[in-house]
Design a binder for this molecule. Structure first.
Ligand SMILES: *Cc1c(COP(=O)(O)O)cnc(C)c1O
Length: 228
């Protein structure tokens, strides 16, 4: 692992520079953009290296893997952002280690994440930009209704919306659609202005369309090795 460290540091700084460049091009300040490093399929040791390089925001998309890493790395000051499809029956367990869930897309999940005690959980509504309901996310037109439900649920803070740019569409056009959904959500809750969008291949376009939270994996971590 240790001889990979220089590569990791270089990839991380290249992405940080890319974020700074795109922010300048968009007339924005890089400091208003949160970089979440998605570490799925990578071991806890890699997260430890990222922490040493200053990373505090991590993203995971599978509960079991996220929970194991959060436990193993409990000595570090990390924030875990859950970004994958989530079964309602796992919701309470995810709440124990995650500071945010970016993939809230249906009433049953909102209800399962409710809590009367403890720190509030940050919630992003995932918007499905495809016509395939299996992709995860709620339809753009359903977002305001789902937002109302989150706003009326104890223990949840509505932060904004999240999306993955679909294949077969220019990412910038897709992100502009997310921004339009965000505007409708903000009419209901002005503080819910966050936009979680932009991955390794399209984060520049996302920044140009107003992304506040980038979820970047492979551009920083390198190719994923399945955990054995
Ligand atoms: C894996 C993943 C990412 C990161 O993707 P990369 O292309 O590796 O940057 C972002 N968001 C979600 C929801 C993911 O599952």
């Amino acid at each position: 692992m240790t001889d990979e460290t220089p590569g990791l540091a270089e990839r991380l700084s290249a992405v940080r520079e890319g974020i700074a460049d795109a922010s300048r091009a968009a007339g924005r300040v890089p400091g208003e953009i949160t970089l979440i490093v998605v570490t799925k399929f990578h071991p806890a040791s890699l997260v430890r290296e990222l922490h040493a390089l200053g990373v505090r925001e991590l993203g995971e998309n599978r509960h079991q893997e996220a929970q194991a890493k959060a436990e193993e790395l409990a000595d570090l000051d990390l924030r875990w952002n859950f970004v994958g499809q989530l079964q309602s029956k796992k919701a309470r367990q995810v709440r124990r280690y995650a500071s945010s869930v970016h993939s809230v897309d249906r009433d049953a999940l909102v209800d399962a994440l409710a809590s009367e005690e403890g720190a509030p959980l940050d919630v992003f509504l995932q918007i499905n930009l495809t016509d395939d309901p299996g992709r995860g996310g709620t339809a753009p037109d359903d977002a305001p209704r789902l937002a109302e439900r989150v706003l009326g649920t104890p223990g949840l803070t509505l932060r904004g919306v999240m999306a993955v740019a679909p294949l077969g569409e220019e990412p910038r056009a897709a992100f502009s659609r997310v921004r339009a959904v965000s505007e409708r959500v903000r009419e209901l809750s002005p503080e819910a202005s966050a936009l979680s969008m932009g991955m390794s291949g399209d984060y520049r376009d996302a920044i140009l369309e107003g992304a506040t939270h980038l979820r970047i994996g492979t551009a920083i971590t390198g190719n994923r090795q399945p955990l054995v």
